[in-house]
Design a protein around this ligand. Sequence first.
Ligand code: HPA
Ligand code: ZN
Length: 319
Amino acid sequence: MPLPKAELHLHIEGTLEPELAFELAARNGVTLPYASVDELRAAQAFEDLQSFLDLYYACMAVLRTERDFEDLADAYLRRAAAQGVRHAEIFFDPQAHLARGVEMGTVVEGLGRALAASEENHGVSTRLIMCFLRDESAGSAMETLELARPYLDRITGIGLDSAEVGHPPVKFREVYEAAAALGLRRVAHAGEEGPASYVTEALDVLGVERVDHGLRCMEDPALVERLVRERIPLTLCPLSNVRLRAVDVLEDHPLPAMMEAGLLCTVNSDDPAYFGGYAGDNFDAVRDRLGLDEDRLRELARNSFLASFLEDDEERRAR
Ligand code: HPA
Ligand code: ZN
């Protein structure tokens, strides 16, 4: 039996397996720039974050209808459940769909149908986190938040993703303030390719409760000390870091040192259809190649629930 765990860093568009991409392309009359599943898989040799993002945005062109988003999320939840995931906090990228003429309602209603049935069908509880594309303008992020207002009963929080370097957290100060005023939880990608200072800025300027990746915090000992003291969770994605070359090989990953330093680390899959594995595969990889023992693996699983937004909303309102 795989260890029960929560997945806190998962882009639903990054769960689009090549087989499903071709099925949806045929269903919707969309042409992918690859002739076959094998050709698409061969294109998954990435140099860096941007080379991945180019393929990620190209493939999501096949997602057009509510049913497409429902099928995508349902396929992910089935796979995740088989690897021990009991709770999933799922990112989605509405701007990438709006830009193709796919409306917010299509995305949220479609994902929402799969999520609403997930506890019964897969034994996985869920939350939805809306991400803003940091290489788009702050104004576009604010418009996206406005478009999401009718659906906020289904959206727990906001995040920040896409090309990091040159797009510091401060660019999104106002939209994070507006989201906080609406009662939304706040997370952001920081310190994946960007510097440790982006992690500090995400905490100080955006008020994030959790940092996605955060790997490069290790370059700033004072920041590490602060993250430990404030118990700020980091959602690490080891297989993603290897495939996007944040680390050369998994054996070089700083996860053991980060745990040793007392950081609240979690292990997640990021974009499993592109990076070679789901949550359980990431757990297996850090066991086999980083030598983490059973106690450390249990600590990671426990951290994933501690770091989640599972606590009930009543309790939060009472605080
Ligand atoms: N980093 C930044 N943006 C992303 C990622 C990622 O790993 N996956 C999907 N969007
Ligand atoms: Zn990510």
